[in-house]
Design a protein around this ligand. Structure first.
Ligand code: LLP
Length: 417
C-alpha cells in the first residue's frame, strides 16, 4: 500500500488526503502511517529471520502508545530508558519479558520498579549503577546485561554519537572483563548479556561491524573466564534517508550480524528506533505569512522549533513541500522556512525552492516520525502538537491537542499562607 504520496494533486497519507485531516484537527499535527510502520518492521524482521533475533523497538524515537501498540501487535519488544517509557510500553501491551532497560542514569527507584515488573533485562552502564542494582537485587536475583563502550567512531553527528571512549555511555571495553567479574561476585546478580549501541543515524555499516566484532571477542573472552553469556544486545542506530543519504540495505546489515555473531549461539536483540518510525511520519503545518524581508524571503509557518527541534538542535535536514502538489511549470524562489518563536534558531530550513504561498496553505515536513513529537515542548506557551495515526482510509487522533486551560492548570500560584 502507498504510505505518503501525491494523488490527484494532493499529498495523501495512505488513502486520506492530508488536507482533509488538517481541516478536521487543525494544524500543526504529526501524522503517522500504520502501513509504513508495519512495512518497516516486517522488512527488518524478514532480513533478520535467519537468526534468533528479538526486535525491541526503541520507544524514545516515538513513544505514542498507539505506535508502540502497532509494533507490539507485530511481536516487537521495547527498549526503554526511563520509568515513564516503561509504563508506556506496558500500557501499550508490550510483554514485560520483551522489555530492555538502557540508559546511563537509571535511578534506584527506576531500577526497583523495573525489577518489580520483571522486565527482560536491565543493561547496566557503570560500576556505581551495578552496585545499586546489586543492593536491590540481592534477595530476588537478576540476570543482567552490561553495556560496553567499544571506542568506535560511528561517523554520525557528534551529538548522537555514543560509542567513543570520551562519550558518557557504557563500560570501557578495556575494563569489561573486570566489571563482569565484579558483577558475578555479587549475590543476586548474574551477568549474562553484552550490550552495545554506538550512535544514531548511521549510514555506514563499517563502524557497526567493528563494534559487533569487539563484542563477539568479548563474549568469547568472558566464556573463557567461565561466564554463561547467552545473549547480545546489538543496539539501534540504523539511518534513514532524509535528503540524499543512502541507508545500507537491511540484507547487508543482517549479513554483518551473522558474520560477527553467528557462531556464538547467542540470542540476539536489536533496538531500532529511527529506522522503524522516521519515514513513517510527517509534520503538517500551515503558512501564516509569506514575508519578503530585506534580503531574504521568509515563509513563517505555525509549527516551530518547540514542535520539531531537530533542525535547531542538530542542523537536521527535513524535506519541506506544499501539501498541494506543485505543478511542474510553477516558478519557485528560495525561502527560509521559519516558525513564530522569538529566536533566530527557530529556523527549519534556509534557501528552499518554494512556489508563491498564501496564508493557510499547508506544508509538510517529511521524515518526522522519529524524534519529532517526543522532543516537543511548550516553549512560548505553545500547545503540544496532536498526533494522528492513519490506517487505510481512516484516521485516529492518538494524542489530542490540549486546551489552553490544561496548559495554564499545569502551574499553581504559590500559596504562602
Ligand atoms: N538504543 C539505545 C541505547 C539508544 O540510546 C538509542 C538512541 C537507540 C537504541 C535507538 O537508536 P536509533 O535506532 O533510533 O538510531 N534525538 C536524536 C537521536 C537520539 C538517539 C538516542 N539514542 C535525533 O533526533 O537525531
Amino acid at each position: 500500500m502507498t504510505e505518503f504520496d501525491y494523488r490527484d494533486g494532493m499529498l495523501h497519507a495512505e488513502n486520506i488526503a492530508v488536507s482533509e485531516i488538517a481541516e478536521q484537527v487543525g494544524t500543526p499535527f504529526y501524522c503517522y502511517s500504520t502501513a509504513a510502520l508495519t512495512n518497516r518492521y516486517n522488512a527488518l524482521r524478514d532480513a533478520l529471520a535467519a537468526q534468533d533475533v528479538t526486535i525491541c523497538y526503541a520507544v524514545k524515537a516515538n513513544s505514542n502508545q498507539a505506535v508502540i501498540r502497532t509494533f507490539a501487535e507485530l511481536g516487537a519488544g521495547a527498549d526503554i530508558v526511563s520509568e515513564g517509557e516503561l509504563r508506556r510500553a506496558l500500557a501499550a501491551g508490550v510483554p514485560a519479558d520483551r522489555i530492555i532497560f538502557s540508559g546511563v542514569g537509571k535511578t534506584r527507584d527506576e531500577l526497583a520498579y523495573a525489577l518489580s515488573e520483571n522486565i527482560h533485562k536491565i543493561n547496566v552502564e557503570s560500576v556505581p549503577e551495578l552496585e545499586v542494582l546489586g543492593e536491590i537485587a540481592a534477595e530476588r536475583g537478576a540476570e543482567i546485561g552490561i553495556r560496553v563502550n567499544p571506542d568506535v567512531d560511528a561517523k554520525t553527528h557528534e551529538k548522537i554519537s555514543t560509542g567513543k571512549a570520551d562519550n558518557k555511555f557504557g563500560i570501557d571495553i578495556g575494563r569489561a572483563l573486570d566489571v563482569f567479574a565484579k558483577a558475578r561476585a555479587m549475590p543476586g546478580v548474574k551477568p549474562v548479556s553484552v550490550a552495545v549501541h554506538i550512535g544514531s543515524q548511521l549510514t555506514d555499516l563499517a563502524p557497526l561491524r567493528a563494534a559487533y566484532e569487539t563484542v563477539a571477542e568479548l563474549v568469547t573472552a568472558l566464556r573463557a573466564d567461565g561466564h554463561e553469556i547467552d545473549s547480545i544486545d546489538l543496539g539501534g542506530g540504523l539511518g534513514i534517508r532524509y535528503k540524499d543519504e543512502t541507508p545500507p540495505p537491511l540484507a547487508d546489515y543482517a549479513r554483518i550480524v551473522q558474520e560477527t555473531t553467528g557462531n556464538l549461539g547467542c540470542q540476539l536483540f536489536v533496538e531500532p528506533g529511527r529506522m522503524l518510525v522516521g519515514n513513517a511520519g510527517i509534520l503538517v503545518t500551515r503558512v501564516i505569512y509569506d514575508k519578503q524581508g530585506q534580503s531574504r524571503r521568509f515563509v513563517i509557518v505555525d509549527a516551530a522549533m518547540n514542535d520539531l527541534v531537530r533542525p535547531a538542535m542538530y542542523d537536521a535536514y527535513h524535506e519541506i513541500q506544499p501539501v498541494r502538489e506543485t505543478r511542474a511549470n510553477t516558478s519557485t524562489t528560495d525561502a527560509d522556512i521559519v516558525g513564530p518563536i522569538c529566536e533566530t534558531g527557530d529556523t527549519f530550513a534556509r534557501g528552499r525552492a518554494l512556489p508563491p504561498l498564501k496564508t493557510d496553505d499547508l506544508l509538510v515536513f517529511q521524515s518526522a516520525g522519529a524524534y519529532g513529537a517526543v522532543m516537543a515542548s511548550t516553549y512560548n506557551s505553545r500547545l503540544l502538537v496532536p498526533e494522528i495515526l492513519v490506517k487505510g482510509d481512516k484516521f485516529a487522533v492518538v494524542r489530542r491537542r490540549p486546551s489552553y486551560d490544561e496548559l495554564l492548570k499545569q502551574d499553581q500560584l504559590a500559596n504562602w499562607q
